[in-house]
Ligand binder design. Structure first.
Ligand SMILES: NC(=O)C1=CN([C@@H]2O[C@H](COP(=O)(O)OP(=O)(O)OC[C@H]3O[C@@H](n4cnc5c(N)ncnc54)[C@H](OP(=O)(O)O)[C@@H]3O)[C@@H](O)[C@H]2O)C=CC1
Ligand SMILES: O=C(O)C1=N[C@H](C(=O)O)C[C@H](O)C1
Length: 266
């Protein structure tokens, strides 16, 4: 097929990066043209690329990769420290960014949006590519119309760097879009162990659990007089994120500016 979308993956040797390489490779409308990961050191780049089953340029340096392969899209699954710098490099080179990495600050999101417009390109920041998670957030927003109290528990594998998860932040933001920011609870709480009531985002409590054996899970618990409603999503395998990743890559073609959340592309 002609005019395939040329894709590179940053963070290619990580858990999500490896899944993304497979998913992009398997899609007829996409062409995997390069991979970046700090683990591809220049000296043993070739061996590591072959080990990862790749027959494409694999560099530790994103800018060098971009200059060589001139991709249309960069997918980023790196870490909260690396993602902003990577996205800046890509946008300045007029490359569409599909960002799965969580932990971007609000100010960084604003800067990426400006940079995207300035370079007439698009950036998608997607806290969760799993359709079930997007539905969980949508249902939570709907439930917020009928309940006025909620807490969020997110549970992840023990390698996760950022807390709370990007999904929990987005969920709280969507609920607060419906509610508006409300005053804190009237009850004067005595928190005998600091932090045990969780984090506070716009007066919604978020609790982060990190344990080996977990992948990515979240419960949104609404409470009302005499009842509660729990909306839960579980990711058991990272393959579950891939239909979303592929769909977002395709839908971002030709878009300009920032898309924050996959619900805006469905
Ligand atoms: N939006 C979504 O649906 C999902 C988002 N995520 C998010 O994606 C991100 C990645 O997750 P995961 O794959 O589990 O993490 P991993 O730690 O497994 O993978 C990250 C990879 O990126 C590499 N890396 C670090 N810095 C750079 C850089 N500057 N350039 C290129 N590569 C770099 C890391 O190398 P090294 O280990 O040597 O640092 C590592 O190989 C996280 O922020 C996570 O929260 C995860 C799942 C789903
Ligand atoms: O780090 C992960 O694993 C995940 N991160 C994303 C988040 O922070 O919400 C998405 C998913 O929960 C997996």
């Amino acid at each position: 097929m002609e005019n395939k979308i040329r894709v590179i993956v940053a963070g290619a040797l990580g858990k999500m990066g490896r899944e993304t390489l497979k998913a992009v490779n398997a899609d007829k409308e996409l062409e995997l043209v390069g991979a970046a990961d700090v683990k591809f050191s220049d000296a043993n780049m070739k061996e590591e690329g072959i080990l990862a089953g790749l027959n494409i340029p694999c560099y530790p340096d994103l800018e060098r990769l971009i200059n060589e392969v001139k991709p249309d899209v960069m997918v980023d699954f790196t870490n909260p420290q690396a993602v902003f710098g990577n996205a800046k490099i890509a946008l300045q080179n007029k490359i569409t960014c599909v960002i799965g990495t969580t932990g971007l600050k609000d100010i960084e999101l604003e800067q990426l949006e400006k940079l995207a417009y300035a370079n007439e390109t698009g950036v998608a920041v997607i806290p969760n590519f799993a359709i079930g998670a997007v539905l969980m957030m949508k249902f939570a927003r709907e439930a917020a119309e009928y309940f006025s109290d909620v807490e969020i528990i997110e549970l992840h594998h023990d390698q996760k760097m950022d807390a709370p998860s990007g999904t929990a932040i987005k969920t709280a933001e969507l609920i607060n879009e419906r509610w508006g920011i409300r005053p804190p609870r009237a009850v004067r709480e005595l928190e005998k162990i600091p932090g045990c009531r969780g984090g506070n985002l716009g007066n919604i409590r978020i609790h982060s659990v990190r344990l080996p054996g977990l992948v990515a899970h979240q419960e949104v618990i609404f409470g009302g007089p005499g009842q509660s409603l729990t909306i839960r999503h579980d990711s058991f395998d990272r393959a579950g994120f891939m239909p979303g990743v592929v769909m977002v890559i395709k839908k971002m073609a030709g878009r300009k500016g920032l898309v924050y959340g996959m619900e805006n592309l469905l």
